[in-house]
Design a binder for this molecule. Structure first.
Ligand code: ADP
Ligand code: ZN
Length: 215
């Protein structure tokens, strides 16, 4: 099953992907995680995208498309994959459609995370991320038992630079202008599956399985 997770920042795409990876035994491909890893390693790509990512704007389509295309040639995607955070623009969606159809392995479903702006602001406002394993904690709703330390792996837990109030507003605006048009694009192709992303992750996981008849 080749899945796309589509939704605003803070909708819980990454968190749900963690559960679906275990359920379906397929990899999660998160462009945000790939960019953050590149930034942390100080690679050429990382240095190129750092200022853009931290401001909450989108990395250019050519760079992003080339990166995902390369990732989709790796052997572990043979049984399927979850694209988390890609595509985010119509040109990205068109490029993806072109290759997946060319190789005869098209997208199966696009999961549309339906969530209110209030909920997004609440989640991102207190989000804490583990630098080592990427797990998402939250200051109020899901705090690590020892401040600053990940319970899962002992890694350092921090607030992403793009989770500042200013960047969150920018990311929501970018989502509305550039990414939301993908909902119509995929609905028109009959690929869209809406799930209610307002509840917490366990309920969202049930909603997901129900929507795809996986229960
Ligand atoms: P969130 O969904 O919480 O906004 P992500 O981790 O998916 O965050 O992405 C973080 C940042 O990485 C984005 O704000 C953007 O700068 C960059 N990015 C991720 N995916 C893409 C993409 N498909 N196209 C362009 N930029 C991207
Ligand atoms: Zn961790």
């Amino acid at each position: 099953m080749n899945l796309i997770f589509l939704g605003p920042p803070g909708a819980g795409k990454g968190t749900l992907a963690g559960k679906v990876v275990e359920l379906l035994q397929i990899p999660q491909i998160s462009t945000g995680n790939i960019f953050r890893a590149a930034m942390a390693s100080g690679s050429e790509l990382g240095n190129k995208v750092k200022a853009i990512v931290e401001s909450g704007k989108l990395v250019d389509d050519d760079t992003t498309i080339a990166l995902v295309k390369e990732r989709l040639t790796q052997a572990d995607v043979a049984k399927g994959y979850i694209l988390d955070g890609f595509p985010r623009t119509i040109p990205q969606a068109e490029a993806l459609e072109k290759w997946t159809i060319e190789v005869g392995n098209p997208i199966s479903h696009v999961i549309n995370f339906d969530i209110s702006d209030d909920k997004v602001l609440q989640r991102l406002g207190g989000r804490l991320v583990c630098k080592k394993c990427g797990y998402n904690w939250h200051k109020t709703f899901n705090p690590p038992s020892k401040a600053g330390v990940c319970d899962k792996c002992g890694g350092e837990v921090y607030t992403r630079p793009d989770d500042s109030e200013e960047s969150i507003k920018k990311r929501l605006e970018v989502y509305r202008n550039q990414t939301e048009p993908l909902i119509g694009f995929y609905r028109g192709k009959g690929l869209l599956v809406d799930i209610d992303a307002n509840p917490e992750v366990d309920q969202m996981f049930v909603n997901f399985k129900e929507a795809l008849n996986l229960l």
